[in-house]
Design a protein around this ligand. Structure first.
Ligand code: UDP
Ligand code: MG
Length: 317
């Protein structure tokens, strides 16, 4: 039985779109009087008028709660803060820019209540309005991460999903510092129904993701959920060692048959360079994992909340 629903909305410099978002979501939730809703906005260290807007919304509407971070911690931390502070029967994450259609909510709630699922997730079936290079790399990324990790990440999956309490608790329990939510949602399991929808462009404001930012995020995703790069590094090392051994045999035998004219300087340098590069690359891969381990062992909080109107907030976690 679902009575209470919390919608987590991470906001980073969203002053342009927040009023539109609020009006849209208000219409949707006013149409669902059987549930009691909380709009849990997480202000992720915005530098614009986001916080004042949230405060005035909270004054107008008692369903509005806000958590305001002491600085920008990133969307992953904002979502985590939302999960830690949402105590509803069902919880959903939703972007502030209306790219996650609020109109899907009634259907999602219906599914969660009447069908044997623990979560309802959404995925985009097209990527119109996105640069083609970005779409190409996005598709490659999903293909790769599904092959080499046990987090099953659906191509086009959004963070927009509605989950039952049990699943939210499992997500809160995954307190790793390096968070990749798409992987975490898949990793915790539970029965998930996927709703496809056509891409919608941002209602206002601009995206916070640069190509480079997304690239780093995808590397994080792979390193967080797969040890395959480490195995690949070891196997390439082993493979080049075997090749080198065969080459040594070849050189020795040639020396015994033909003597030793000085030749092959160029090829020697090539090989040295190749092996040097390979070693650096493998060290880099190990370094990535080491860096993650380093951050995990520090046990730093994921977020610090400086201001909120929640009653018993989890301020630091
Ligand atoms: N966001 C955030 N912290 C950040 C970056 C983004 O809370 O450091 C929020 C942002 O306000 C929005 C959501 O995450 O609600 C998705 O961001 P955006 O629309 O820029 O990403 P895109 O839809 O382009 O992937
Ligand atoms: Mg967006």
């Amino acid at each position: 039985m679902i009575r209470t629903v919390a919608l987590i909305v991470p906001c980073f410099n969203e002053e342009e779109v927040l009023p539109v978002f609020y009006e849209t979501i208000k219409q949707v939730i006013d149409g669902l009087p059987q549930y009691s809703f909380t709009l849990l906005f997480v202000n992720d260290g915005s530098k614009d008028g986001t916080l004042p807007i949230l405060k005035s919304l909270a004054e107008q509407d008692e369903r509005v709660r806000y958590l305001s971070f002491s600085r920008n911690f990133g969307k992953e931390s904002a979502m985590y803060a939302g999960f830690c502070n949402a105590d509803a029967d069902a919880v959903a994450v939703m972007d502030a820019d209306l790219q996650d259609p609020p109109g899907l909510l009634p259907e999602m709630l219906g599914i969660l209540e009447n069908e044997p699922y623990d979560s309802v997730a959404t995925r985009r079936v097209n990527r119109e309005g996105e640069p083609p290079v970005r779409s190409f790399f996005a598709h490659r990324f999903y293909h790769l991460i599904n092959r080499i990790s046990d987090a099953d990440v659906v191509d086009g999956a959004r963070d927009f999903r509605l989950m039952k309490r049990e699943m939210v608790e499992a997500i809160v329990a995954m307190s790793e510092y390096n968070r990749f939510s798409k992987g975490i949602f898949g990793w915790v399991g539970f029965r998930t129904k996927w709703l496809p929808y056509r891409n919608i462009e941002r209602a206002a404001g601009k995206t916070k993701w640069s190509f480079w930012g997304l690239f780093k995020y995808s590397i994080d995703g792979i390193v967080n959920f797969s040890q395959a790069p480490l195995s690949i590094a070891s196997f390439t090392g082993l493979f080049s060692m075997i090749i080198a051994f065969i080459m040594v045999l070849f050189v020795i035998i040639r020396r015994m048959i033909f003597g030793d004219p000085v030749a092959g300087w160029a090829s020697t340098i090539c090989i040295i360079l190749f092996i040097g590069g390979l070693q650096l690359m493998c060290m880099g891969i190990i370094g990535q994992y080491l860096a993650k381990t380093y951050m995990e062992t520090k046990n730093r909080p994921h977020f610090i909340i400086s201001e909120t109107n929640c009653e018993k907030p989890v301020r630091i976690h």
